[in-house]
Design a protein around this ligand. Structure first.
Ligand code: NAD
Length: 368
């Protein structure tokens, strides 16, 4: 087994605006090394379409090895129209799925926070979203995206059948539910578990296992069960009723996208994908903005780097156990927004429009 190097951060900027936003994260990591002696060891390599162009594969064995020995991977984004016709197994996105699966990053944390300075950017009424702070925990390596059997096969009458299998084991459910309960204890102490136990056996098992874990180990946390379709509705009706939502891979994919839109801009939202802790308490993890490679604005120097920078704040908290510096960085972002600095995606009347690197520099200037 390859040992994890505790301070190693692998930057995988990827395609499109990925390199532009990760460049700002790199500046921040360098700031921490210079000003706070945090001694992060930085490495950088190709992933996605740019790796395919150079090596004929979206993820080389060498980069995969580097990922295995890194405590943290900071990913930008992968993909773009240039690679739309590449065969399925070599598409840029396959690199991400391989990293998540092989590094066993089973818990995807996606906060949906509505910054007070940007309440107007949401499509919902200010009183519905103002102060919103939800954490969605999505199971990431099981369920219907990975279940077997799968495929498209010819059947009778010239027809074809497409098959995917939705499957979960008790341990897969318990390990992700545990993350949700542990997070809730540090937040508002409330977990909502979502499935479709009314029509799916895997959903019934999900509900039973989450309840059992709660009763045995987390009875001090408030637990509610909600059908996933109702959760989609409640997220629009009254999103502030939620604290931590835990759900499977498929429902989590949809509900986390929906929740992110409550907050107005894709350019602001970070995410973390965490693996299991080993006996020394170390884990592998990948942090990335939730947005994609934004081909429409690539190369213009206008991409918002805040989602990537807040992803690094999550890395400080969850991988480096440094709550103090994580808060320092989050507060620096808030302070820059308070000063009225805006990239074009969050621009409004009377504010100061800045470029990607000006936003990065402004955030660094507020770090304490
Ligand atoms: P996208 O997130 O790239 O862009 C959607 C819209 O939001 C665009 O108008 C874009 O300009 C804007 N936007 C996104 N991030 C921004 C930022 N940081 N600052 C300012 N504006 C921003 O989604 P898409 O257009 O559906 O996908 C483009 C490509 O990215 C596709 O190839 C897709 O497969 C890929 N993608 C990759 C990831 C990933 O790497 N994790 C995630 C989603 C999409």
């Amino acid at each position: 087994m390859i040992k994890i190097k505790k301070k190693k951060i692998l930057l995988l900027p990827g395609d499109g605006i990925g390199p532009e936003v990760i460049a700002e994260v790199k500046k921040i990591i360098n700031w921490y090394n210079q000003k706070k002696n945090l001694n992060f060891e930085i490495d950088e390599d190709l992933v996605g379409g740019c790796s395919y162009d150079k090596h004929g594969t979206p993820l080389t064995d060498e980069v995969f090895y580097k990922a295995l020995e890194s405590a943290v991977i900071m990913l930008g984004a992968v993909g773009g129209p240039k690679w739309d016709t590449v065969e399925f197994a070599k598409k840029p996105e396959r690199a991400l799925l391989k990293l998540r699966k092989e590094l066993k990053l089973f818990a995807n944390l996606r906060p949906a926070i509505c910054f007070k300075q940007l309440v107007e950017a949401s499509t919902l009424k200010p009183e519905i979203v103002s102060g919103l702070n939800i954490m969605i925990v999505r199971e990431l390596t099981g369920g219907i995206y990975f279940g077997e059997p799968r495929g498209i096969k010819p059947i009778d009458n010239g027809e074809r059948r497409g098959t995917n299998t939705h499957t979960y084991t008790s341990s897969e459910i318990i390990r992700v539910a545990r993350i949700a309960f542990d997070l809730a204890k540090k937040r508002s102490n409330k977990v909502t578990s979502c499935e479709k136990s009314n029509v799916m056996e895997a959903g019934q098992l999900w509900k039973e296992e989450v309840q059992l874990l709660h009763d045995n180990e987390y009875s001090e946390v408030e637990l509610n069960h909600m059908l996933a379709d109702n959760c989609a509705m409640q997220l629009l009706r009254n999103p502030k009723q939620f604290d931590v939502i835990v759900t499977d891979n498929l429902f989590g994919d949809i509900l986390s996208d929906q929740a992110s839109m409550l907050t107005g801009s894709l350019g602001l939202l970070p995410s973390a994908s965490l693996g299991a802790k080993n006996k020394d308490g170390e884990m592998r993890a990948m942090y990335e903005p939730i947005h994609g490679s934004a081909p429409d604005i690539t190369g213009k120097g206008i991409a918002n780097p805040i989602a990537s920078i807040l992803s690094f704040a999550m890395a400080l908290k969850y991988s480096f156990n440094n709550d103090k510096e994580s808060e320092n960085l989050e507060q620096a972002v808030q302070a820059v927004l308070d000063d009225g600095f805006r990239t074009i995606d969050i621009m409004s009347k009377g504010k100061k429009e800045v470029s990607t690197s000006q936003m990065g520099d402004a955030i660094i200037s507020k770090l304490k």
